[in-house]
Ligand binder design. Structure first.
Ligand SMILES: *Cc1c(COP(=O)(O)O)cnc(C)c1O
Length: 384
């Protein structure tokens, strides 16, 4: 039995400061969490609007369970597609400004499904080097040719597109980069798609609900729309629930229903989750004040951390990574904050490139100005 080998691999990771371990929360998701029995002020969830524990979502989930039960019982194409799923898909399509939408169990599965359904052997996928792991895995699974371009490097992407002859072309990108917080140049990407007759898959996991008027996401934020864009967003981050959706032209959605393996061969999510997301969509749409508060907190953090030993990476979004560099140093900083009652996760390779370990600070509309002050104070203390 190769257990010994596995043990050695884990020990090697630990020696490099790369071992990953889970901590157990005893509380709901919120800026104030209880971990292993101790209270902490948390800056590492993706619950950007503070909806994950919102009483209206809790009530909607309970009401959904009372109406539809718990399990969906089957895949969508068998007997698992409920009226709650259907209503939610229509609402998501309208919210995203697209003709149709399709629910997936998770964002990871949505990305796998879309790329695998739309391209294959003989086609080419163009991908930003800093894309989320699920987009990278999706490319591999699709068996299309893979061309990765330097982060947001439109000149390199244009050259790669120029050289590519055959097949379908699909550009895939995070809209808000998950570990960096910066935005993809979506208008330029769309212009390249038009010039080269390519599709654009936009993964808006961190923009949906947070950016744009009424929280409609990164496309609204940039003021672009096109039939070429396949829009994907997750429902477990700002929306505060679970799952993901893809919004696109009807023919694309019909293709996914027929060919996306991560859609076809899996059990539908509990319909009650769809009831909760429907309620969340209302709160997101009415959440301009939350988003404004969030923008103020971002500005407060950025100005409060000026001149600190470690620098915040360039980002205007709720993701504010503090670049540390060394793995052990990032862990030590995270530990130093923890001793001061503050929870911020250290992000290390291979999630981020070698030598760019960082604290991924995320802000939420549920934070207060004094929460952010506390973080700023603790980081200045630790920098001494
Ligand atoms: C979180 C995330 C995903 C995966 O979504 P899940 O619903 O958590 O599976 C996909 N893409 C990006 C950019 C993400 O940040």
């Amino acid at each position: 039995m190769p257990f010994f080998e596995l043990q050695q691999e884990l020990e090697a990771r630990a020696a490099q400061g790369l071992l990953r371990q889970r901590r157990t929360l005893d509380s709901p998701q919120s800026p104030h969490i209880v971990v292993d029995g101790k209270p902490y002020l948390s800056f590492c969830s993706n619950d950007y609007l503070g909806l994950a524990n919102h009483p209206r979502l809790v009530a909607a989930l309970q009401q959904g369970a009372a109406q539809y039960g718990v399990g969906a019982g089957a895949a969508h194409l068998v007997s698992g597609h409920s009226a709650a799923h259907h209503r939610l898909e229509q609402a998501l399509a309208a919210f995203a400004g697209k003709p149709a939408a399709l629910l997936f169990s998770t964002g990871y599965m949505a990305n796998l499904g879309v790329v695998q359904a739309l391209v294959g052997k003989g086609d080419t996928v163009f991908a930003d080097r800093l894309n989320h792991a699920s987009l990278n895995d999706a490319m591999l699974l699709s068996r299309a040719e893979m061309k990765r371009y330097r982060h947001n490097d439109m000149a390199q992407l244009a050259a790669l597109l120029e050289q590519t002859q055959a097949g379908r072309k699909l550009i895939i990108t995070d809209a808000v980069f998950s570990m960096d917080g910066d935005l993809a140049p979506l208008p330029e990407l769309l212009a390249l798609c038009e010039r080269h007759d390519a599709w654009l898959l936009v993964d808006d996991a961190h923009g949906f609900g947070v950016l744009g008027e009424q929280g409609r996401g990164s496309l609204a934020h940039c003021g672009i729309a096109s039939e070429r864009i396949i829009y994907m967003a997750t429902l477990g981050k700002a929306a505060g629930v679970f799952g993901a959706f893809v919004a696109a032209e009807q023919v694309v959605i019909d293709t996914l229903v027929n060919h996306a393996r991560s859609y076809v061969y899996t059990t539908a999510t509990p319909p009650a989750l769809a009831s909760a997301v429907l309620e969340s969509l209302k709160l997101i749409g009415q959440g301009d004040a939350l988003r404004e508060h969030l923008r103020n907190l971002i500005a407060q953090l950025r100005s409060g951390l000026q001149g600190l030993r470690w620098e915040l990476m360039p980002s205007d979004t709720a993701i504010q990574p503090l670049l540390v560099g060394d793995n052990q140093a990032a862990l030590a900083l995270s530990e130093g904050l923890r001793e001061r009652g503050i929870w911020v996760a250290a992000i290390r390779p291979p999630t981020v490139p070698q030598g760019t370990a960082r604290l991924r600070i995320t802000l939420s509309a549920a934070h207060t100005g004094s929460d952010v002050e506390q973080l700023i104070g603790a980081l200045h203390e630790l920098a001494q």
